[in-house]
Design a protein around this ligand. Structure first.
Ligand SMILES: Nc1ncnc2c1ncn2[C@@H]1O[C@H](COP(=O)(O)OP(=O)(O)OP(=O)(O)O)[C@@H](O)[C@H]1O
Ligand SMILES: [Mg+2]
Length: 259
């Protein structure tokens, strides 16, 4: 990918809201806040995050534990709603969508990979991957065919009938990735996808993300590990709920990250 794709897009008269989406933007947040209330205590997990991610970008989000990375990913993935501010997904103001529209856009556009895999323990790989298709009413035969195809694409063709506890950590993560991909989303959000994996398996999983990116998907990966962030083309650092830095990765600049 060329560096030009990271240049800011100039607002046009067709897109009068300068804070809102511009052509090519897929994820745009403006002054996004998330405040968790627990009894009489308030935690400002996000304090005015402004982000602009273009279609086809590969972004890593880094930052210390508790800085708000998962909170941000949950908002981007429409799994939670902000306390304040705006979020546009593929040009749609998410706060203006009703529940059905939100479920539809989330199902169609987003594949979410969780750190802890979130697989059903008693279900086979095949069934785990079929689940999102069951939720959106895909007919059984098509469901199975699609789940098989995507499991094969992550090299798990021989592990379709295994349950999570009969798989290695890397294989479990690949099932979770297959599940995120089964609806052919254009955006893949992964929260610490290699957090529980050894370094060799991590390289394998990141290879998979490279392939998805090369196919034109937008990828956002949260990671603690600078080596993993280097796979991305752009690295955003979050500190205390705000964006502390936003820079091209060494894959683009040829230099190691400064943090
Ligand atoms: N459901 C919740 N209720 C109350 N506070 C929360 C909740 N979820 C997160 N927090 C708080 O919000 C802050 C940000 O949490 P978050 O999970 O986003 O951090 P993180 O950057 O993902 O950290 P880690 O790297 O450890 O996963 C933390 O201080 C956390 O304690
Ligand atoms: Mg987290």
């Amino acid at each position: 990918m060329a560096i030009e794709t990271l240049a800011p897009v100039q607002p046009t008269t067709e897109f009068p809201n300068a804070d809102g989406p511009h052509p090519g933007d897929v994820i745009v947040t403006s002054n996004l806040w998330k405040t968790y209330v627990m009894g009489d205590q308030q935690v400002n997990a996000l304090r005015g995050v402004n982000l602009r991610i273009k279609h086809g970008e590969y972004v890593a989000i880094m930052g210390p534990s508790g800085s708000g990375k998962s909170t941000l990913m949950n908002l981007i993935g429409c799994l939670d709603s902000p306390s304040k501010g705006s979020y546009w997904l593929n040009g749609h103001d998410v706060s203006k969508l009703n529940d059905d529209e939100l479920a539809r856009i989330r199902n169609k556009e987003i594949g979410f990979v969780f750190q802890t895999f979130n697989l059903l323990a008693r279900a086979t790989s095949l069934h785990n991957v079929e689940l999102p298709l069951i939720y959106n009413g895909t007919p059984a035969a098509e469901r199975t065919a699609r789940a098989r195809a995507v499991l094969e694409s992550v090299n798990l063709g021989s592990r379709m009938m295994h349950k999570p506890n009969e798989l290695s950590g890397g294989q479990r993560q690949r099932v979770a990735i297959a599940r995120a991909l089964v609806n052919s989303p254009s955006i893949i959000l992964a929260d610490e996808p290699t957090g529980n994996l050894d370094s060799k398996t991590s390289v394998e999983i990141m290879g998979l993300f490279d392939t998805l990116h090369a196919k034109g998907n937008t990828i956002v990966v949260v990671t603690h590990e600078p080596d993993i962030a280097e796979y991305a083309h752009r690295v955003i650092t979050i500190r205390d709920g705000s964006v502390a830095s936003d820079q091209p990765s060494s894959r683009i600049t040829g230099q190691k990250l400064s943090h």
